[in-house]
Write a protein that binds this ligand. Structure first.
Ligand code: NAG
Ligand code: NAG
Ligand code: NAG
Length: 975
C-alpha cells in the first residue's frame, strides 16, 4: 500500500516537473546533481531555462539528442539516470576524471549512436548490456582503467564503425565474435594485456581500415586471413610476441599505408611480395629475428617514406637498385643487422632522405665523396661499422645536417674544415676512430653544436681558442687524444656546458678562472694530464658539479674550491699535490658516494662532519699525512664498500663499529700507527674481500672470527705484533689467494688446515715469526701457489715430499729454520738462498748432494763443485733478473690499466670498474639513446606513449602515430 502510494507520489512529482518544462529536464537535473562540476560547466542548468539551451545539450524537434560534457573537468561517477534520456543519440563524457563503472542501464538507450567515455578513470568490466545498443556506431572507451575480458556481447553491435578500447587493462584474448562487426572501420586495441592469437575471424570485418593492436601480448603466427581485409590502411601489431614468418598474404593489402610489426619474434625472410604494397608509406619490421637479404625496393614501394628494418639479422648488401630519383623516402633505418659491403652509391639517389641510419653493421670501405647529394639529410648515422678513409669534405654541404655519427669506425685523417659550414649541426660523434691532426678552428663556427665527442682518436695540437663561440655546447668529450697546451679561457663562455671530459691527454697549464661561468657543469674529468697550479677559488661558484675527477695531475693548493656544490657524488683527486686539511664544506654534499684523495699532501684529521655521508661507498685517503683517530662518525656510512686509509699517521685502536659495515669489501689500514687488538666483530663483515693491516702495532692474538670472512681474497697482517697461534678457522677463508702473516710473533705450529686454502696463489708468507714444528705435508695441496715464504721461523723436520706438487711455485724461501733431510728434487732449481741457514742439515741440489753431505760431512767443496755453483748462481740470478724484469713490466702494464680504470669515475679495485669504464667511455649519453632507438622515437612510431603523459591530451591523440606522414591514419586511431 505504502509502495503504491510512494509510486503515485513520485509520478505526480515527475509529472509536475515535466509539466513545468515540457521535457525531461528533471532527469538532467538529477544527472547534474550526481556529477562534481568544479568549473561550473553545468552552471546554466536550472529549472528556469529551457533544457535545450543548457550547456552541452542539443535538442532536435524538442527532443534531447546529444549530451556533450567532454573536457569539462567533471568528476564523480556516470549517473545512472542518463538512461531516462531515451532520445539520446550522442553521449560524450570523454576527457574528464570520472571514476567507477559503466552503469549497465545505459544499455537501454536504444537510439544511442555515439558513446564516448574515453580518457577518464573508469574501471570494472564492460557491461554485457552494452550489446543492447543496437544503433551504436561509435564506441570509444579507451584510456581508462577497465579490466577483464572484452565482452563478446560487443559483436551484437551490428552498426558499429569505430571501436576504441586502447590504453586499458583488458586481458584474455580478442573475442572471435569480433568478426561479426561487418561495418567496423577502426579497431583500436593498443596497450592492453591481450593475449592469445589474432582470431582468423577478423577477416569478417570487411570494411576495416585501421587495426591497431600494438603493445599487447598477442602470440602465435600473424593470421594470413588479415590479407583479405582489402580496405586496411593501417596495420599496427608492434610490440607483441608474434612469431613465425610474415604472411605473404599481407601483400594483398593494396590500400595499406602503414605497417608496423616492430618488436615481435618474427623470423624467416621478408616476403618479396611485400614489394606489391605500392601505397605503403611506412614499413617498420624492426626488432624481430628476420634473416636473409633486403629485398624491398623503393623502386617498387613507390610511396614509401619510412623503411625501418633495424635490429634484425639481415645479411648481404644494401640492394644496388634501391632508390629511384623520384623517391620520397625520408627515413631509412637499417641499424643493427649484419649488412656488409660498402656504402652503396645508389643510395645517393634517395635525395629526399632526412635520416639515414646504417649503424652497427659490417659495412666498410670509404664513404662516397658525393654524400652531399643527400641534400635534405638531417641525421647521418654510420657508427659502429668498418668505414675507413677520411671524412669527405662534401659533408660540409649538407646544410640541414643536425647529427653526424661516425663513431666506432676506422676513419683516419683530419676533420675537414668544411664541416665548419654546418650551421644546424648539433651533434658530432667521431669517437673510437683513428683520426689525426688538429681540431679545426672552423668547427667553432658550427653555432648550433651541442655535443662534441672525439674520444679515443689521435687528435693533437691545441683545443681551438675560439671554442667559446659554441654557446649551445652541452657536452665536450675529448678524452684519450694527444691534445696539448692549456685549456683556452674562452671555454668558460660555453655557459651551457654540462659535461667536460678532457682526461688522458697532454694538456697543461692551470685552470682558467673563466670556469666560474660554467654554472651548468655537472661532470668534469681532467685526469691523466699535466695540469698544475692551485685551483681558481671561483670554482666554488659551480653549484651543480656532481662528478669531479682531477686525478693524476700536478694540481696543488687547497681542495676548497671544489667543495661549493651540494650535489657532488664523486670526487677523485688522487695523485696530485693538494695540501692543507680536508675542507669541512665537503660534507654539504650529502650524496657523495666516492671520495678519493689519495697520494696528496693533505694534513689534519678526518672532519667529524663526514658522519653525514650516508651514501658514501668508496673512501680512499691513502698516502697523505693525515692524523688522529678514525672517527666513530664514519660508522654512519653504512654503504661503505672501500675504506682505504693506508700510509698516513692515523692512531688509536681499530673501532668495533667496523663490524657493522655490512657492505665492506676492502679495508686497508696499513702503514699507520694503529694499535690494540683486532676486534672479533670484524668477523661480521662477511663481504670483505681484502683486509690489510700491514705495518701497524696491532697486537694480541689473531681473532679466530677471521675465519668468518669467507669471501676474503687478501689477508695481510704483516709487520705487527700479533702473537699466539695461527687460528685454525682461517681454513674457512677458502677464497684466499694472498695470505701474509709475516713479521709478527706468531707461535705454535703451522696448522695442517692451511693446506685447505687451495686458491692461494700470489703468496703464502709466514716468515719472521716464531712458528715451530714440522711443515705440514698438506701444504702440497696449494697447487696454484706461486710464492711460499716460511723463512726465519723455527720449523724443523724434513721438507715434506708432497711440496713437490707445487709446480706453480717460482719463489720459495725456507731459509733460517731447522729443517733437515733431502730437498725435494723439484726444488733443485731454486737458489741457495732459499734453503740457507738450516743448520747445514738440508741436502741435495741446490745444496750439496746428500751423498756428499754424508761422505764429507761438513767437508769442503771440490773445485768443480765451486765452479758449478758459481755458474749456477750466475745463471739463476740472470734468470731471476729476467723474471723480475718481466714481472715489473707486467705490473707496470697492469698498473697503467688499473690506474686508468681507477681514474674514470674515481673507481678502482673490483671488476665492475672495467664495466664502469666502458660505460663512461660511452657516457656520451647520446650513445646509449642510440642503441635503444630512443633517438628515432621508434617507440612512438610504434604507437607507444609513456605512462607519465598518459593523461595529457596530446598523448592520446597526436602521439599515437608519430612522424609527419601519419596525420591521416591518425584519425583512424582512436582510443
Ligand atoms: C521524456 O522521457 C520519456 C521517458 O522517460 C520519453 O518517453 C519522452 O519522449 C521524453 N520527452 C521529451 C520531451 O524528451
Ligand atoms: C563534444 O564537444 C567537443 C568540444 O567541446 C567536441 O570537440 C567534440 O567533438 C564533441 N563531441 C561530439 C561527439 O560531438
Ligand atoms: C583478467 O584479469 C582479471 C583481473 O582483472 C583476472 O581475474 C582474470 O583472471 C584475468 N583473466 C585472464 C584470462 O588472464
Amino acid at each position: 500500500m505504502a509502495g503504491i502510494l510512494f509510486l503515485f507520489f513520485s509520478v505526480i512529482t515527475a509529472a509536475v516537473l515535466a509539466g513545468v518544462h515540457g521535457d525531461n529536464s528533471s532527469w538532467l537535473l538529477k544527472v547534474k546533481s550526481e556529477l562534481v562540476d568544479p568549473s561550473g560547466v553545468m552552471e546554466n542548468w536550472s529549472p528556469g531555462v529551457n533544457a535545450c539551451n543548457w550547456n552541452g545539450v542539443i535538442c532536435s524537434n524538442g527532443q534531447i539528442v546529444s549530451l556533450n560534457l567532454s573536457w569539462a573537468g567533471l568528476s564523480g561517477t556516470i549517473p545512472r539516470e542518463l538512461w531516462r534520456l531515451s532520445s539520446l543519440q550522442t553521449l560524450d563524457l570523454s576527457s574528464n576524471t570520472l571514476t567507477g563503472e559503466i552503469p549497465s542501464e545505459l544499455g537501454q538507450l536504444q537510439n544511442l549512436q555515439i558513446l564516448l567515455l574515453h580518457s577518464n578513470y573508469l574501471s570494472g568490466m564492460i557491461p554485457e548490456e552494452i550489446g543492447l545498443l543496437k544503433s551504436l556506431q561509435v564506441l570509444r572507451i579507451g584510456n581508462n582503467m577497465f579490466s577483464g575480458e572484452i565482452t563478446p556481447a560487443i559483436s551484437n553491435l551490428n552498426e558499429l564503425r569505430v571501436l576504441g578500447l586502447a590504453f586499458c587493462q583488458f586481458n584474455g584474448s580478442i573475442p572471435v565474435e569480433i568478426g561479426n562487426l561487418k561495418h567496423l572501420t577502426s579497431l583500436d586495441l593498443q596497450n592492453n594485456s591481450l593475449s592469445g592469437l589474432i582470431p582468423k575471424e577478423i577477416s569478417g570485418c570487411k570494411e576495416l581500415q585501421n587495426f591497431a593492436a600494438s603493445n599487447n601480448m598477442l602470440e602465435g603466427v600473424i593470421t594470413p586471413s588479415l590479407g583479405s581485409l582489402k580496405s586496411l590502411e593501417v596495420l599496427n601489431l608492434a610490440n607483441n610476441s608474434l612469431s613465425g614468418s610474415i604472411p605473404v598474404s599481407l601483400s594483398n593489402l593494396q590500400n595499406l599505408k602503414y605497417l608496423s610489426l616492430l618488436g615481435n619474434r618474427l623470423s624467416g625472410q621478408i616476403p618479396i611480395e611485400l614489394n606489391q604494397l605500392s601505397k605503403l608509406e611506412v614499413l617498420d619490421l624492426s626488432r624481430n629475428k628476420l634473416s636473409g637479404t633486403i629485398n624491398l625496393l623503393n623502386t617498387q614501394l613507390k610511396s614509401l617514406t619510412a623503411l625501418v628494418l633495424s635490429d634484425n639479422g639481415l645479411t648481404g648488401t644494401i640492394p644496388r637498385n634501391f632508390c629511384l630519383n623520384i623517391s620520397s623516402m625520408q627515413q631509412l633505418l637499417l641499424a643493427r643487422n649484419k649488412l656488409s659491403g660498402s656504402f652503396p652509391l645508389e643510395l645517393l639517389s634517395c635525395s629526399s632522405l632526412l635520416q639515414l641510419d646504417l649503424s652497427d653493421n659490417s659495412l666498410g670501405g670509404e664513404l662516397p665523396p658525393f654524400l652531399d647529394k643527400l641534400e635534405s639529410l638531417t641525421d647521418l648515422v654510420l657508427n659502429n661499422n668498418s668505414f675507413s678513409g677520411t671524412i669527405p669534405p662534401e659533408i660540409g654541404n649538407l646544410s640541414n645536417l643536425e647529427s653526424l655519427y661516425l663513431f666506432g669506425n676506422r676513419m683516419t685523417g683530419r676533420i675537414p674544415v668544411e664541416l665548419g659550414k654546418l650551421q644546424r649541426l648539433e651533434v658530432i660523434y667521431l669517437y673510437d676512430n683513428q683520426m689525426t691532426g688538429e681540431i679545426p678552428t672552423e668547427l667553432t663556427n658550427c653555432s648550433s653544436l651541442k655535443e662534441i665527442d672525439f674520444f679515443g682518436n689521435h687528435f693533437s695540437g691545441l683545443i681551438p681558442k675560439t671554442i667559446g663561440k659554441l654557446k649551445q655546447l652541452v657536452l665536450l668529450h675529448l678524452r684519450q687524444n694527444d691534445l696539448s697546451g692549456p685549456i683556452p679561457p674562452s671555454l668558460g663562455f660555453c655557459t651551457k656546458l654540462q659535461i667536460l671530459a678532457l682526461a688522458d691527454n697532454k694538456l697543461s697549464g692551470s685552470l682558467p678562472s673563466t670556469f666560474r661561468f660554467l654554472s651548468e657543469l655537472s661532470t668534469i674529468t681532467l685526469y691523466n694530464n699535466s695540469f698544475e697550479g692551485p685551483l681558481p677559488s671561483s670554482l666554488f661558484l659551480l653549484k651543480n658539479l656532481k662528478i669531479i675527477n682531477f686525478s693524476h695531475n700536478k694540481f696543488m693548493g687547497s681542495i676548497f674550491p671544489l667543495t661549493g656544490s651540494n650535489f657532488l657524488t664523486a670526487l677523485d683527486l688522487t695523485n696530485n699535490s693538494f695540501s692543507g686539511p680536508i675542507p669541512i664544506s665537503l660534507a654539504t654534499s650529502r650524496n657523495l658516494s666516492r671520495l678519493r684523495l689519495a697520494q696528496n699532501r693533505l694534513t689534519g684529521s678526518i672532519p667529524s662532519e663526514f658522519s653525514q655521508f650516508t651514501e658514501l661507498n668508496f673512501i680512499d685517503l691513502s698516502f697523505n699525512s693525515l692524523i688522529g683517530e678514525v672517527l666513530p662518525q664514519l660508522s654512519n656510512c653504512k654503504k661503505l664498500e672501500h675504506l682505504l686509509l693506508k700510509n698516513n699517521q692515523f692512531t688509536g685502536v681499530m673501532p668495533l663499529w667496523l663490524g657493522s659495515l655490512k657492505e665492506l669489501g676492502e679495508l686497508d689500514l696499513s702503514s699507520n700507527n694503529f694499535h690494540g687488538i683486532v676486534p672479533k666483530e670484524l668477523g661480521n663483515c662477511s663481504k670483505l674481500l681484502k683486509l690489510s693491516l700491514y705495518s701497524n702495532n696491532f697486537s694480541s692474538e689473531i681473532p679466530e672470527e677471521i675465519g668468518d670472512l669467507t669471501s676474503l681474497n687478501v689477508l695481510n697482517l704483516q709487520r705487527n705484533n700479533f702473537s699466539g697461534p695461527i687460528p685454525v678457522k682461517i681454513q674457512q677463508c677458502k677464497k684466499l689467494y694472498e695470505l701474509r702473516l709475516s713479521e709478527n710473533s706468531l707461535t705454535g705450529s703451522i696448522p695442517v688446515e692451511l693446506g685447505g686454502l687451495t686458491e692461494l696463489q700470489v703468496i703464502l708468507d709466514l716468515s719472521k715469526n716464531l712458528l715451530a714444528g714440522e711443515i705440514p705435508s698438506s701444504l702440497g695441496n696449494l697447487m696454484k701457489l706461486e710464492r711460499l715464504n716460511m723463512s726465519s721461523n723455527q720449523l724443523q723436520g724434513d721438507i715434506p715430499s708432497s711440496l713437490g706438487k707445487l709446480t706453480s711455485l717460482h719463489k720459495l724461501n725456507l731459509s733460517n729454520n731447522h729443517l733437515q733431510g733431502q730437498i725435494p728434487t723439484i726444488f733443485s732449481g731454486f737458489p741457495l738462498t732459499s734453503f740457507m741457514g738450516n743448520d747445514h742439515r738440508l741436502c741435495g741440489p741446490p745444496l750439496v748432494s746428500c751423498l756428499e753431505s754424508e761422505e764429507h760431512g761438513k767437508g769442503r767443496l771440490s773445485n768443480s763443485q765451486v765452479v758449478g755453483i758459481v755458474v749456477a748462481i750466475v745463471l739463476t740470478s740472470t734468470l731471476i733478473c729476467l723474471v723480475m724484469l718481466y714481472i715489473m713490466l707486467r705490473i707496470w702494464c697492469n698498473w697503467r690499466k688499473v690506474s686508468i680504470s681507477n681514474s674514470d669515475y674515481g673507481i678502482g679495485g673490483t671488476d665492475q670498474n672495467q664495466q664502469k669504464k666502458e660505460s663512461e667511455k660511452k657516457w656520451a649519453f647520446k650513445g646509449e639513446k642510440w642503441r635503444t632507438g630512443e633517438y628515432w622515437k621508434m617507440d612512438s612510431l610504434a604507437l607507444v606513449t609513456s605512462q607519465d603523459n598518459k593523461k595529457s591530451p596530446s598523448s592520446t591523440t597526436s602521439c599515437i602515430l608519430n612522424l609527419k606522414m601519419a596525420q591521416d591514419s591518425m584519425e583512424h586511431t582512436l582510443v
